[in-house]
Every structure is written in structure tokens, then in C-alpha cells.
Ligand binder design. Sequence first.
Ligand code: EPU
Length: 432
Amino acid sequence: MSKYIIRGGTPLRGQITISGAKNAAVAIIPAALLVDGVCRVENVPDISDVDMLFSILRQMGASITDCGSGAFEIDCRGVKTHAATGEAMQKIRASYYLIGALLARCGRADVAMPGGCNFGGPRPIDQHVKGFTAMGAEIDVKNGILTAVTDGGLRGASIFLDGIPSVGATINIMLAAAKADGTTIIENAAREPHIVDLANFLNYMGANIRGAGTNVIRIRGVKNLKGGSYSIISDQIEAGTYMAAAAGTGGRVEIINIIPKHLECISGKLREMGVEVYESGDSSIVVESTRRFRKIDVTAMPYPGFPTDMQPQIAALLCLADGTSTVTDNVFDTRFKYVDELAKMGASIRVTGRTAIIQGLDRLTGAPIRAHDLRAGAALVIAGLCANGTTEVEGVSYIERGYEDIVGKLRSLGADIISVDDGGELSESAAV
Ligand code: EPU
């Protein structure tokens, strides 16, 4: 197992290129199962969640060719199974997209229940199941395997998602409905950028999906999807994470290959804290900071609100703000496992219900800490970069699930961070 060793205090400076969006990639890769031909997918991030999905698809009979520079050709014509039950399925959350994709392809799916980041509370999939059931699937879960069976395929249906609009349920139902018989309407659909990206991918391949990006999505099922070429959007959360790191270290970083509109909610909150954020081109922004932060209140909400996937990173910055800030998560109610780790660095935070109350301090001090999930890990890296002294972050496999070469990218901005394995050897990414 690797860990990161960070000597904090260096302002980040320079230019950084953002990779393809993780949460779009993990939906688009299973969507290749719907396509009768070769999909060329570009801007695929080099992260372990993507590796895991590729290995699941290969085990099922798909042929995947690495064309270099983040482009892959995925050909699922050799897939002869409706089952995805291997161990890898339990290691990632997005494996549940195999249910929608296999139902669309075969009218049946036998899929191991998903794993992924553990926020310390349940992550139900009842809204996914409700959608598949409305479309005519019978669902059963036994011994960790979800079986979805239809009588000759899925039928279009009207589905109203309950509660917080679920990203996963919206995507899974879109996948299932793309080749169903008739029209499916998803109401109270999630509106995240990766939902629009999946709809664009499927439409490029011949699907008929309208309304993605609004809260009502209409999917008219088609018989076949053909192959084609598609480039994944850039990662809103990776960009936001580097924005926070630049701000926290009092640096100046130009962040390129971004979609500024997707970052408005993050830029707005950073500006409120006193950070300068300005566009330097159509697809780039500059973040500049003197590291004197005003206290703010942040509430994570579904898009276009402030993303839950950025609340740990902004909480890390607010540990250094002037006064008492609050961070409330209205999407996941238990996403605060990072708080105890920040406390080891001297942070003053307490959690009441869905809200972290953060008393800003002048400094954090380096400490041995552990990442318990992906974004918590990113927050701890940011805290380490801002802190006085040396921070050792364990549990970095979570971070590498969703950040392409985070060590290399931070080092290119001047950060003093290395990745070492158990024996203290520099690991590959730190050596560059
Ligand atoms: N929910 C239900 N029932 C369901 C589905 C969701 O009650 O059937 C609840 C959840 O418990 C949660 C809320 O609805 O309280 C929203 O969950 P959602 O389904 O939107 O989340 P998800 O699909 O499990 C995806 C991302 C997460 C991201 C959330 C919210 C992927 C693979 N995962 O998860 O990404 O936090 O949407 O935007 O796309 C990450 O990238 O670090 C990450 C965790």
C-alpha cells in the first residue's frame, strides 16, 4: 500500500490540465454495451475506477484497445453474457450501471451489488429498482447478487424519482430505457453535467434522449445503437479540487481544459471567501489567493448547487478562515469521516447532524492521517499542502480511484509531495 508524504507550505504556481470526468466515464464505459459496433471514447481519465470497469467488461468478452492519449476503442460485440458477478464489481460504485446496460442489451442482468466509497451510512438503490420495475423487470437480491429479469425486454414507463434527485438512478434508468420498447419519462431527474454527457454519448450513437440537464428526461427507445467517436467532458470536481489547493496554499494556478459554467458554484463560494477566480480563456480559469479567507456558509445540493463531492475540500480550506464557517451536506447525511482526521492536524470542527461547524485557525500542523473515501482523501491532501510540517496520508487507493496522477500534477505546480510504498520506496507516480 502506498502513502503520500507532504511537506506543506509551498504556494502552488503554474498551469494544470484537467482530465476527463470520472463520473461521466464510469457511465459511458458501461453504455458501450448498448452499442452494436466500436465506440472510440476520448479524454478517458487514467484512474483506477476506469481500470476496474475495463477489466469487468473484458471478463465479459469485450475487446478494449488503448489508442494512447486517453483514447480507447471499446467493442462489446463479443459479450455473450448477462452476468457481471466477479470480485471487481464490489470494488466500485458505478458497477451498478451494468444493471441498466445489461437489461437494455439482453433483457436480463445478474450483477453483484456495488461497492465504492463508504461514507459511514447506507447508500440505497431503491430508486434504481423502482425504475427497472416500472419498466417491467422483476428484481430479486440473493447472496449479494441482484437479478433483474424481463419477459422479452423492457417497456417504456413514467418514473418519478423520490427525494433528492439521484444521479445513479437517473443514469441507470437512461441506460435501461435507451433501447426499451416505447418512451420512458424520468421526472425529478438529476441534472449533473455527467448526465448530459451520457445523454450526448448515447444520442451520438443513435439514441433518442431529450431533456438531459433538466429535471424531466424523455427517452424514446430505439432498436439499435451504432458505433462512433465521443470525447468525455472535463472533470468538474478534479478542477474544483485544484482550485481549492491553489487557494489554500496562497498560490496562483491556471486551470485549463475546463467548462467554466460547471465551476460557477465552486468559483462563487471561493470568491465569497476572498479568493480571486477569473476566466483566462473559453476553457481556462485562474485562481489566485493571498490565503486570507473570510468565513462562509456552504450547503451541498444537487447540481447546479454546490457539489457534495467538493464539500470536504472546501471544509479543509475553511479550517484556515477568519471566524466560524458551516458546511452542510444536503445530499449525503454522513459524509464527514474526514473531520476526525483534520482534527489530528489541529482543526477545530464539530459535526451536528448534517452540518460541520468549523472554527477557523491561523494554521494546521502536519500529522499522520488516513483517507476513508475519495473526496475526503482529496481534502486531506489539500490540508497537508496548507499545513506547517509533514503530513502522511494513508488510504491513498481511494484517492487514486478518481484523481489521475494527483502526485505528478501537484508536483508540477511545485508541491512537495511524494508517494511511497510500504517499504519507503518512491512509487512510480512520485518518481516523475
Ligand atoms: N438515494 C436513495 N435511493 C437511491 C439512490 C440514491 O435514497 O436509489 C439517495 C442517496 O442515499 C443520497 C442521494 O439519494 O442521499 C443522492 O445519491 P445519488 O444516487 O445521487 O448518488 P450516487 O449515484 O450513489 C453519484 C456519484 C457520487 C456523487 C453523487 C452525488 C457516481 C459513480 N457517483 O453517486 O460521486 O457524490 O452521485 O452527486 O457517479 C465521488 O465522485 O466522489 C462520488 C461519491
